[in-house]
Design a protein around this ligand. Structure first.
Ligand code: PLP
Length: 329
């Protein structure tokens, strides 16, 4: 029996799996189910809390009292980190890609409400130096008497990945309860930890379905490398010998569109149509692009041999508000 690291229980788990009857019928392909990881909570909502349950447990066990992390200006991960910090009586410092003149809206507004300290850095610094910058902030805050713990982007590292190992266990349990088997599981991929956790569990628990990541930035090769390295980092927490191959990592590349956190009108239109059709709100940065990609692939016939597919709704609802003026009604 494999023993995974311990976690702090914060998220509302297990999350429901619902059938998207109307969308499935409209697309005429497999039956599409959706796992509501957008409902893991309110302040902590989305996929990041599952990863943070493990990461923050490690931080607290080490005696740390301040969480440093980084992300885009509308980062769901940073907001969830600020929320879990407040809940546990820790401090948080968020390093955001953007500038201080940005309107307080969506997740950024919630970061403030939750009491996070916010530091802005340029996109160039974010790309090349974010880890270094967080290390410097750590030293600075240590001098002020804090015990900071650095969480990498998206909590996508070895320990964070276990959040989606646990989600995979849930899915396997729910398949039994619902008497349905998913041929494919589809998830938006931004920093790779969600995908990596699912794949780790697929291997260890012998799950008989394929996992597909729809990348929302970078490309297939970037994510194969990134996910591959997270998989090995996670396996260091386990006393088993696991072998991974990059060929096991399925990335549905082609739906980044205009770039990370930049939307095309067809993506926004898809979010609007889906909200009216199913009463489910996707987000413009991750799930909107990923489900748009899934719908396009079904139309092209790439899911012909599938009977049932599961889309993991990883959250992000607060991200619709800063983009509200771009929607055409
Ligand atoms: C971060 C995020 C993702 C991507 O998950 P990764 O583990 O970073 O690949 C998907 N959807 C939403 C809403 C997110 O905030």
């Amino acid at each position: 029996m494999i023993k995974i690291p311990e976690r702090i229980s914060i998220a509302n788990l297990p999350t429901k799996i619902e059938k998207m009857k109307k969308l499935s019928k409209k697309l005429g392909g497999p039956d599409i189910y959706i796992k509501r990881d957008d409902q893991t909570g309110i302040e902590v909502s989305g996929n990041k809390i599952r990863k943070l349950e493990f990461t923050v447990k490690e931080a607290v066990d080490k005696g740390c009292n301040l969480l440093i992390t980084c992300g885009g200006i509308q980062s769901n991960h940073c907001r969830a980190t600020a929320a879990i910090a407040a809940k546990l009586g820790l401090n948080s410092c968020l390093v955001l890609k953007g500038n201080s003149g940005t309107e307080l809206n969506g997740n950024l507004f919630l970061d403030k409400l939750l009491g996070a300290e916010i530091r802005f850095i340029t996109p160039e610094d974010y790309k090349d130096k974010r880890m270094k910058i967080m290390e410097q902030i750590k030293i600075e805050l240590e001098h002020k008497g804090f015990k900071p713990y650095i969480i990498p982007e998206g909590a996508s590292n070895g320990i964070g990945g276990f959040g989606y190992y646990k989600a995979m266990e849930e899915i396997i349990e729910q398949e039994k309860e619902m008497n349905v088997h998913f041929d494919r599981i589809i998830v938006a991929t931004g920093s790779g930890g969600t995908y990596s956790g699912l794949l780790l569990a697929k291997k260890i628990l012998n799950y008989n379905g394929d996992i597909y990541g729809v990348n929302v930035c970078d490309d297939d090769e970037y994510f194969k490398n990134k996910i591959y390295s997270i998989l090995y980092e996670s396996s260091e927490y386990l006393n088993v010998n696991l072998e991974f191959s990059k060929d096991e990592i399925n990335i549905l590349d082609g739906y980044v569109g205009r770039g990370y956190a930049i939307s095309r009108q067809e993506e926004l239109q898809f979010i609007y149509e889906l909200a009216k059709l199913e009463g489910i709100i996707l987000d413009p940065v991750y799930t909107g692009k990923a489900m748009y990609g899934l719908a396009e692939e079904i139309k092209r016939g790439s899911f012909k041999e599938c009977k049932n597919v599961l889309f993991v709704h990883t959250g992000g609802i607060f991200g619709v508000f800063p983009q509200k003026d771009l929607f055409e009604f």
